[in-house]
Design a protein around this ligand. Structure first.
Ligand code: P6P
Length: 335
């Protein structure tokens, strides 16, 4: 594939590598790309079209929804529910599985998505993004239920995100490497700009919300302390820190120049009876697939993310991802 080819051509070429592919996969990814282009347009216009601020409602997570959370969710449903490529949908913004209308044609795929991740940043003009995960739908079931979505990350057929930053970029894996596409607004196409991305195995940059330090478990405290001790400490090198509070932007930086991102379990989260802050099905698993396909790693701190057996669509997990050797070190400290 040559740099500058369109996302559509790229997907058709990739499709040819799947024997028995029917072109449905191409159609599905094209629908997702259309949704992301529409969201990008609104994110970029912001206050000019009155889409900022809160919607005055709460989502299943009990979080204040931003207007753009709701609008982005509707855009995704509108783009995916009518073209016959999916059998059902699941979203951070919806309690239950989204079933298609009776007359809508069912397709072979299930899509889980976080339509606008990091939306607390939207009102302060900091990068946000859309994350999606694609699973095969169970054969012959007209209305898949929650249980049909609860597959380990290793069963994803595709995963990706769209980051709405200085550029709008689509990052995608179908299990044959991780590729990046930049949106050319002049004619509305995502063009291949980074082929087969590789995350450096080592790094000098960590991303964590340090305001939670007093709640961290010992292995996390040890890892960060050693980074902070710099070249005179056990790591023998100085570290830099980044925290954007937008997972898509953090992962994009790590795919581009390496790093380790951590949202660990801590005593504050445990006190709320939660398994972590980030969601397994439409944040951690798709990002794990993307990162692993780029030579990185993603764990809960204790086990490989993509082998977890999900218990609930909105399940929360601890996340450690990025440069393989750093993720391994954190796992070692947990052991
Ligand atoms: P905190 C955004 O709300 C999000 O789900 C991730 O995108 C981001 O990494 C994290 O939460 C930010 O969490 O506690 O720093 O606001």
């Amino acid at each position: 594939m040559y740099i500058g080819t369109t996302l559509t051509n790229f997907i058709i070429e990739t499709q040819r590598q799947f024997e028995g592919a029917t072109g449905e996969f191409t159609g599905l990814l094209n629908d997702i790309a259309v949704a992301c282009k529409k969201i990008s347009d609104l994110v970029n216009k912001g206050d000019l079209v009155g889409v900022l601020g809160t919607a005055g409602s709460e989502n299943v997570q009990g979080e204040q929804q931003k207007k753009l959370d709701v609008i982005s969710n509707d855009i995704f449903i509108e783009a995916l529910a009518h073209n016959g490529h999916v059998a059902a949908l699941a979203s951070e913004e919806m309690d239950d599985v989204y079933h298609l209308s009776d007359e809508a044609h069912r397709g072979k795929y299930l899509v889980l998505f976080d339509p606008l991740d990091g939306s607390s940043n939207i009102d302060v003009n900091v990068s946000v993004g859309t994350i999606f995960s694609v699973l095969k739908a169970p054969a012959g079931i007209k209305n898949p239920r929650k249980e049909d979505f609860l597959k380990p990350g290793t069963e994803q057929v595709a995963a990706g995100y769209c980051v709405y930053g200085p550029s709008t970029m689509m990052v995608l894996t179908t299990g044959k490497g991780t590729n990046m596409f930049t949106l050319d607004r002049d004619f509305g196409e995502f063009l291949l700009t980074h082929s087969h991305v590789q995350i450096p195995e080592d790094t000098q940059e960590f991303a964590i919300n340090a305001s939670n330090m007093r709640f961290w478990e010992p292995p996390v405290k040890r890892y960060i302390d050693e980074c902070l001790q710099g070249k005179d400490g056990p790591r023998g090198k100085d570290f830099n820190m980044r925290w954007i509070a937008s997972m898509v932007a953090e992962v994009h930086r790590i795919l581009t120049r390496g790093g380790v991102f951590m949202y660990p379990l801590d005593s504050k989260i445990k006190a709320k009876g939660q398994g972590g802050k980030l969601r397994l099905m439409y944040e951690a698993n798709p990002m794990a697939f993307i990162v692993e396909q780029a030579g990185g790693a993603c764990t809960t701190g204790r086990e490989r993310m993509m082998t977890l057996s999900p218990e609930d669509i909105h399940q929360r997990v601890p996340v450690v991802l990025g440069s393989r050797n750093e993720v391994e070190r954190v796992s070692e400290y947990h052991r």
